[in-house]
Ligand binder design. Structure first.
Ligand code: B3K
Ligand code: ZN
Length: 867
């Protein structure tokens, strides 16, 4: 919808709905040129609300008829509301509307994709299908009938159970579905298409049999088994860990290539981006396989955390999202490798959520206001939200948390509730006082903790003093911060009895450790026990000790990241001042020792520990970022390590060569990850021999992980001519041009390249037949990924800012949600020098001043410009 004047919605203004909808009966007549939707709603006045007219939500609906109890009634319609006054206490409202899913480029509501029609209703897409009270606290029981041409759309699906089906005149057919569970409209879904299906079953703990089905584009059935196995594993895991059983007879997943986000948890009829369903070892990487496990689990877990208990209003989004991300993280940790999973979660949080929390779109995990709710499906609501849930578990223990979950469902099954309701159940089950903890829901910004240690040899005490500050607003209240700590002796042994969970509640607080006979090395925030930044004045020797000896592998990794960050940031300053960076030998020695711990600590861990902090994470530590110097500094350290450890990297590369047939197991994935990290370092040397080595791996690989890793390192080769690079890119496209998800990888590997000519390449690729601005995956792979390429997006001449701004304008009306995500590339523009800021401001203003800007983009751009 074009902007009227975008309204801000406030949490504090919440009121209960004026009317309730007990049952919904929908009839879809899908025809070429338009779909007619007849909605029959059994409604009644909400006894809890004051008497007022009925105001229904709609968007781009052509209204054909409105009747109440079978009679035409007067109504007042605007583009987004339909108002009916003087209604009885209870009544049947019937509306008939026409919609045009073939022209629905926003992919919200009912829309067309290659193989048929699909829906996306969260957050407010249902109103693009029919007039409704489109808010999550209106829950109803649905029956749905679909009519369509049988040959073109043989598969007709809706939520719930199939109850009837039949033929109609003119080669058409129909199917009727009934969902026994009450649900909010955002969980509604239908599909009409020509799709292949993989079927299986799951037997629940109580012995019921659930029919499972995964629907995909014809010809893709051999890419479904991994997702099916993931679904079965998720169902089992939720029974074991949380005692939660699947409540459905039918659980369907439908994969679609045009989808705005990852997947959607519609009751019994999940709709997924193909990216999180399709996998086969030659087309999907280890990371893809793991992501599919996580996303399939995530949507399945929503069946309880989101669907059975849903959100009262959209401000409570983290109630279901933070909790469900935490659940999928735990599932992933149990299924794969707990410690590297944690490392990757934190890496992701630092790369995306910390910058968000420090930028113009910062918001608490429960925002207090929004203009467009789709702008708040953020890494703060999701990933920081999951960290907040994790802290609850840390504070009350795993058993306490499980009891709290039981209590939550005992109290709220079938309801639409708030974050307070969730925390109250946790409090009731554990006896823990969460009053102060609730600030995590209401304050934004990443808290900072400064820690200082004092050892008193005489009293054998070690006093740790911590001071917290909120980086955004000094007038905000201190948080309850759980800080997991252990103390280490100089020889690297853990001091007995020193492992503690500190609960920091004051702005400044001291914690005393007794019976400490030597000055210890504190290991702070073990397992990343709170989403904060933490400083302690470590010496490089202390960090080296933790990297080598800390048994909490997260903090061992963290020590390495701290060492590397300091070096890179110092080198950035040196390079900016025209000096050469200096690298201490001790760092190389530490890296060398790290390589030797592969057998004990696992290849996956070593791979993570050898991966330097990313540029966007490093940039957050700087007041003014010189992106070129930062980029040069990080790469210089990589090259230095490669030069010093060439023998080790080559040896490990050879030693880790595949010795069994490919399987996406975490053990094998760890070996591949480390081997490919070695390859990456070797390519820093950019000799003819290492280029050949990469090309050999590219050609010889029997799996996408190794093939793509080789392609990625070649795509970074900076030399003007690099035949290996050109060959690999060309061969890859020639081989995979018909696999859309692999083409996405091909686009992303070029848009994220370090090469200085990347913008030119990206521009050229926008005209390539492989690119389609109407497909979100393509836009994310080529354009948005480029926007996250710190050095290239922040080119000094502002050319990349202008390019992204043009793409945002090109997309804002066609697909506001995707355009708005693209506009977020500008989030950190104020971190750069005045000249870059001037270019970025001009680009943002060019978007803002575009006539009729969608409110999604307008909200992001206005906030970015500081309005
Ligand atoms: N709940 C959906 C996200 C919907 C996004 C709407 N803009 C997917 C998920 O979190 O599981
Ligand atoms: Zn979710």
């Amino acid at each position: 919808m074009k902007t009227d004047t975008p309204q801000t919605v406030y949490l504090k203004d919440y009121t209960v709905p004026a009317y309730l909808v007990d049952t919904v009966d929908l009839d879809f007549n899908i025809e070429t040129g338009g779909t007619t939707v007849t909605a029959t709603l059994a409604m009644r006045r909400n006894p809890a609300a004051a008497s007022q007219p009925l105001i229904l939500d709609g968007d781009e609906l052509e209204t054909l008829s409105v009747t109440v109890d079978g009679h035409q009634v007067p109504f007042a319609a605007t583009a987004s509301t339909l108002t009916i006054s003087d209604l009885p206490e209870s009544f049947t409202l019937q509306t008939v509307v026409r919609i045009d899913p073939d022209k629905n480029t926003r992919l919200s509501g009912l829309y067309r994709s290659a193989d048929g029609y699909f829906t996306q209703c969260e957050a407010q897409g249902f109103r693009r299908i029919t007039w409704f009270l489109d808010r999550p606290d209106v829950m109803s029981t649905y029956t749905v009938t679909l009519h369509a041409d049988q040959a073109t759309y043989p598969v007709l699906l809706a939520n719930g159970n199939p109850v009837d089906a039949g033929q109609e005149a003119n080669g058409r057919h129909w199917a009727k579905w009934a969902d026994p569970f009450k649900k909010p409209a955002y969980l509604f879904a239908v599909v009409a298409g020509k799709l292949d299906v993989l079927k299986d079953t799951f037997k629940t703990a109580s012995g019921r049999s659930v029919q499972l089905a995964i629907y995909v584009e014809p010809g893709k059935l051999d890419q479904c088994p991994h997702a099916m196995a993931a679904l079965q594993k998720s169902m089992k895991w939720d029974e074991e860990r949380f005692g939660l059983e699947c409540d459905l007879d039918h659980y369907m997943i439908v994969a679609v290539g045009d989808f705005n986000m990852g997947a959607m948890e519609n009751k019994g009829l999940n709709i997924f981006n193909t990216k999180y369903v399709l996998a086969r070892s030659d087309v999907a990487t280890d990371v893809d396989f793991e992501n599919i496990d996580r996303v399939v689990a995530h949507e399945y877990f929503h069946n309880w955390t989101g669907n059975r208990v849903t959100c009262r209003d959209w401000f409570q989004l983290s109630l279901k999202e933070g909790l469900t991300v935490f659940r999928d993280q735990e599932f992933g940790a149990d299924l794969h490798n707990r410690q590297t999973a944690r490392i990757r979660e934190v890496r992701g949080l630092r790369a995306a959520q910390f910058p968000e929390d420090a930028g113009p779109m910062a918001h608490p995990i429960r925002p207090a206001s929004f203009v467009e709710i789709n702008n708040f499906y953020t890494s703060t609501v999701y990933e920081k939200g999951a960290e907040v849930i994790r802290m609850i578990q840390t504070l009350i223990g795993r058993d306490g948390f499980r009891k709290g979950m039981d209590e939550y469902f005992r109290r709220h099954d079938g309801q639409a509730v708030t974050c307070e309701d969730f925390v109250a159940a946790m409090a009731a089950a554990s006896g823990f006082d969460f009053t102060q903890f609730m600030r995590w829901y209401n304050q934004s910004g990443t808290p900072h903790v400064a820690a200082d240690g004092y050892f008193d040899a005489e009293s054998k005490t070690y006093t740790l003093t911590c001071t917290q500050s909120n980086t955004r607003a000094s007038d905000e209240q201190p948080y309850l911060i759980p800080i997991r700590v252990a103390l280490f002796a100089e020889d690297g042994t853990l001091l007995p009895g020193s492992e503690r969970l500190l609960q920091m509640t004051a702005t400044t607080q001291s914690f005393v450790f007794n019976e400490v006979s030597e000055e210890p090395v504190p290991s702070l925030l073990r397992d990343f026990s709170a989403p904060v930044t933490l400083d302690f004045d470590y010496t490089p020797e202390q960090l080296t000790l933790l990297l080598a000896h800390e048994s909490d592998l997260f903090n061992a990794w963290e020590a390495g990241q701290r060492l590397a960050s300091t070096l890179i940031l110092d080198a950035t300053a040196a390079i900016a001042a025209g000096q050469a960076p200096v690298w201490p030998g001790s760092f190389v020695d530490a890296a060398r020792r790290l390589l030797q711990t592969q057998a004990q600590r696992g290849a996956a861990f070593v791979a993570e520990a050898l991966t330097l902090p990313g540029e966007s994470t490093l940039a957050e530590a700087l007041d003014v970022v010189n992106p070129d110097a930062l980029h040069a500094a990080r790469n210089a350290l990589r090259r230095h390590l490669a030069e010093q450890l060439e023998g080790e990297f080559s040896g490990l590369y050879a030693g880790l060569a595949p010795n069994t047939a490919y399987a996406p197991s975490s053990e094998q994935a760890g070996r591949r990850a480390l081997r490919n990290v070695c390859l990456g370092y070797l390519l820093e040397l950019d000799t003819p021999a290492v280029r050949q080595l990469a090309l050999q791996q590219f050609r010889g690989a029997d799996n996408m992980t190794d093939q793509f890793a080789a392609l990625s390192v070649l795509a970074n080769v900076n030399a003007d001519t690099c035949p290996e690079r050109d060959t690999a890119l060309a061969d890859f496209y020639a081989r995979w041009q018909h696999e859309a998800l692999v083409v996405d990888k091909w686009l992303a590997v070029q848009s994220t390249s370090r090469r200085p000519d990347t913008l030119a390449t990206v521009k050229t690729l926008t005209a390539h037949p492989a690119f389609d601005i109407g497909n979100p995956n393509k836009v994310y792979s080529l354009i948005r990924a480029f926007g996250a390429n710190l050095a290239r997006f922040n080119a000094a001449d502002g050319s990349a800012y202008a390019f992204i701004a043009e793409r945002v304008i090109e997309l804002h009306d066609r697909n506001p949600q995707v355009a708005s995500r693209l506009a977020r590339c500008f989030d950190r523009w104020k971190k750069f020098d005045a000249s870059r800021q001037a270019h970025a401001r001009a680009a943002l203003e060019s978007i803002r001043d575009h006539a009729g800007l969608s409110r999604d983009v307008l909200e992001v751009v206005t906030r970015s410009l500081g309005g």
